[in-house]
Design a protein around this ligand. Structure first.
Ligand code: F6R
Length: 366
């Protein structure tokens, strides 16, 4: 059942090229320049009239929501807020009929996300679900939705759900951008083409497995770890840290790289591994200077870089090379080596990778 892999988590990491394809199949028509998703087409007016989009979710799904915030605002120019469902439901938020609420949940059973949906509905918002489990409670409670086609995710640590959620949300943003004319035709088409070949690039990113394993062997006993990224890769830093802490029990934190100097930089010494997501597209020069700041304080730098990178290579202690993508789609690629790194560290520490202590696959109590 693990398909020859030692753990479900590893199997699910390796399934990502095919499940991303399953998720866009029949929806993304790159050659025709079309995106067709029934749940969006049927409710297009609601999205186009939305004064803002509020995304509610928990954990990894919340991280996918953060990536989506950047993508929606950039592509479709609709204001987006992303909230932990648990906070949203109890803070008397302002919600009205002109809001579209997107609830993201792999299991479709998360109690806090469910409660946030009910609250949004009571206040007249249109609620759209992005779920993986067909027929789940959240998929039934929402007005409409689009499924991720990740297949069953057994490992407690979410991997393929995350990348398929980003895939669905990217397609929605592109569809809305097309309707609103917020992206030029050529940019719109190039994103469609690029999304279509993303599974190939994810496959290439999986080739970092051996490298991730080597690096895991060096840092497996670290008590702490920092993850840094900027822009689209800030949520990837949060997700990388969550993956490490939940399966290896190493304390890890993700930060937007520029926030370092507002406090966390005090933690840096020669014992602190710092994983920096530094692809060529994006805020490269800025992240290079952040790396210099860490280096001058003797932090150990593990950098995820675009193939052929030279500048970061000179500064970093270890590099992991990934294929080039546009900034906006890069989370689908940069997250792969971070999943592998956490996996190998957890295995080397003798942890129960698929069923970490104190965690359940679906959190049906608040
Ligand atoms: C992390 C993880 C959790 C879930 C969270 C939300 O690897 O699995 O953080 O992402 O409990 O679950 P869903 O998406 O099922 O609502």
């Amino acid at each position: 059942e693990k398909g020859g892999y030692d753990h479900f988590m590893l199997k699910e990491i390796y399934e990502q090229p095919s499940v991303i394809k399953d998720t866009y199949r029949g929806r993304l028509h790159a050659n025709e320049g079309l995106i067709q998703m029934a749940g969006i087409e049927d409710n297009l007016e609601k999205f186009l009239n939305a004064e803002r989009i509020i995304i509610v979710a928990c954990g990894t799904s919340w991280h996918a929501g953060l990536v989506a915030e950047y993508i929606f605002e950039e592509f479709a120019r609709i204001p987006v807020e992303v909230e932990y469902a648990s906070e949203f439901r109890y803070r008397n938020p302002i919600i009205n009929r002109k809001d579209v609420v997107i609830a993201i949940s792999q299991s479709g059973e998360t109690a806090d996300t469910m409660a946030a949906i009910k609250l949004a509905k009571e206040n007249g918002a249109f609620v759209f679900g992005v779920c993986n489990v067909v027929g789940s409670s959240i998929s039934r409670e929402t007005h409409a939705g689009a499924y991720t086609h990740a297949g069953p995710e057994i490992g407690v640590a979410s991997t393929k759900a995350f990348t398929t959620q980003i895939t669905v949300l990217t397609m929605i943003a592109l569809r809305l951008a097309k309707a609103k004319g917020t992206l030029s035709n050529s940019v719109f088409h190039s994103y469609l083409q690029e999304l279509e070949i993303i599974p190939e690039k994810v496959k290439e990113a999986l080739e970092t497995n051996e490298r991730a394993k080597e690096i895991a062997a060096v840092f497996k006993d670290a008590p702490n770890c920092l993850y840094l990224g900027r822009g689209y890769n800030f949520p990837v830093a949060l997700e990388g840290a969550l993956k490490l802490k939940e399966i290896s029990y190493i304390h890890a934190e993700g930060y937007p790289a520029a926030e370092m100097k507002h406090g966390p930089i005090a933690l840096i010494d020669e014992h602190m591994p710092v994983i920096v997501i530094a692809p060529k597209q994006g805020h490269y020069d800025k992240i290079v200077s952040n790396i210099q700041e860490i280096k001058s304080r003797s932090g150990k730098i593990i950098a995820v870089v675009t193939k052929g990178d030279t500048q970061v290579r000179e500064l970093a202690d270890y590099i992991i090379e990934i294929p080039e993508t546009s900034d906006a789609l890069s989370p689908l690629i940069t997250t792969i080596p971070l999943q592998l790194l956490s996996y190998h560290i957890a295995v080397m520490r003798g942890c129960n990778v698929d069923q970490p202590r104190n965690l359940a696959k679906s959190v049906t109590v608040e």
